[in-house]
Design a protein around this ligand. Structure first.
Ligand SMILES: Cc1ncc(COP(=O)(O)O)c(C=O)c1O
Length: 307
């Protein structure tokens, strides 16, 4: 585990405040009942300075998550975009993870979150490859979890709400305590859904597929990026469910996510995937690396350069 290194400032409730002053009371409502929606965004160094990848899309998903939970965020889309840029500028960090979070604050206790004012913070820190630097190339070892992915009849998976991550956390601990790198969750219909913090793709006979939104996933922004890359590579893409055993017989499997990037999966439930080589994943990784570092004109519109 790598400890978080404090930076200069945090954006909190409308202003930049010194890192150590970004605090909340222990009776913060969201801390007790899981009422928090958040985002995970990355900035990278480019020739033009730090650039935030697909920032408007992340802020739109943030606002959608809040809407699902009837949470009224007291800042506009434009104010939140500007706040992320101000924070990156103030901290002067090129490669970073950016976490906007909105939560029911200190007010009343009890299950109705609308009785507490909504607080919003944006935190930035340095975070390397989520699934490990060497695994990003060599691939991770994954197992199918005994925990079932939250179902939209109980918790909306398309809202990036803190409560959902108790489900993902159980799956993650199950995998890591058994010596694996990551978990894969099935949905209540028994089909593959996603990882605890990543979407999942399968490659078979040069056809790339990923489960549809109805499979209980978060609609990942990296997933959407990869779907575009697949089209640009001239490959066939299908948004389709697949079964546990269809992972075992895949040519390639991969995770996608802002934290995890594009990471090959080299083993599922003790079965090695394909030949151990990931030519299509490598092509997608190369496009992604070029896009996030501003080396590709084609995807320049996805970058918000912080000047
Ligand atoms: C449950 C879950 N699925 C998928 C993803 C991937 O989403 P994105 O590519 O937008 O980071 C994440 C990460 O935010 C996640 O937490």
């Amino acid at each position: 585990m790598v400890a978080i290194r404090p930076l200069k400032s945090v954006w909190m409730d409308g202003a930049l405040v010194p890192w150590d002053q970004a605090r909340v009371h222990v009776l913060t409502h969201g801390l007790h009942y899981g009422y928090a929606v958040f985002e995970g965004i990355r900035s990278h160094g480019t020739a033009a300075g730090p650039a935030i990848f697909r920032l408007p899309e992340h802020i739109d998903r943030f606002l959608s998550s809040a809407k699902i939970y009837r949470m009224k965020i007291p800042y506009s889309r434009e104010e939140l975009i500007r706040a992320c840029c101000d924070l990156v500028k103030d901290n002067g960090l090129l490669d970073s993870y950016i976490r906007p979070i909105a939560f029911s604050g200190y007010g009343e206790m009890g299950l109705d979150p609308t009785r507490s004012a909504v607080q919003v913070a944006i935190i930035q820190w340095s975070w390397g490859a989520y699934l490990g630097e060497s695994n990003a190339q060599a691939g991770v070892r994954a197992i199918v979890s005994s925990w079932v992915r939250v179902d939209s009849r109980s918790l909306p998976p398309q809202a990036k709400c803190a409560a959902n991550y108790a489900n993902g956390g159980l799956a993650k601990m199950e995998a890591t305590s058994a010596g694996y790198d990551e978990a894969i969750l099935l949905n209540s219909a028994g089909m593959v859904s996603e990882g605890p913090g990543e979407n999942i793709f399968r490659v078979k006979n040069d056809i790339v597929s990923t489960p549809p939104a109805s499979s209980g996933i978060l609609r990942g922004i990296t997933r959407d990026t990869v779907i575009q890359f697949v089209a640009d590579e001239g490959l066939i893409f299908r948004r389709s469910d697949f079964t546990r055993e269809e992972m075992f017989t895949a040519d390639e499997m991969l995770f996608t996510g802002t934290a995890a990037g594009i990471t090959p999966i080299r083993e599922v439930d003790g079965r090695p995937i394909g030949t151990g080589k990931y030519p299509i994943t490598a092509r997608l990784q190369k496009r992604y690396d070029d896009a996030i570092h501003g080396r590709s004109k084609e995807y320049g519109h996805w970058l918000t350069v912080v000047r």
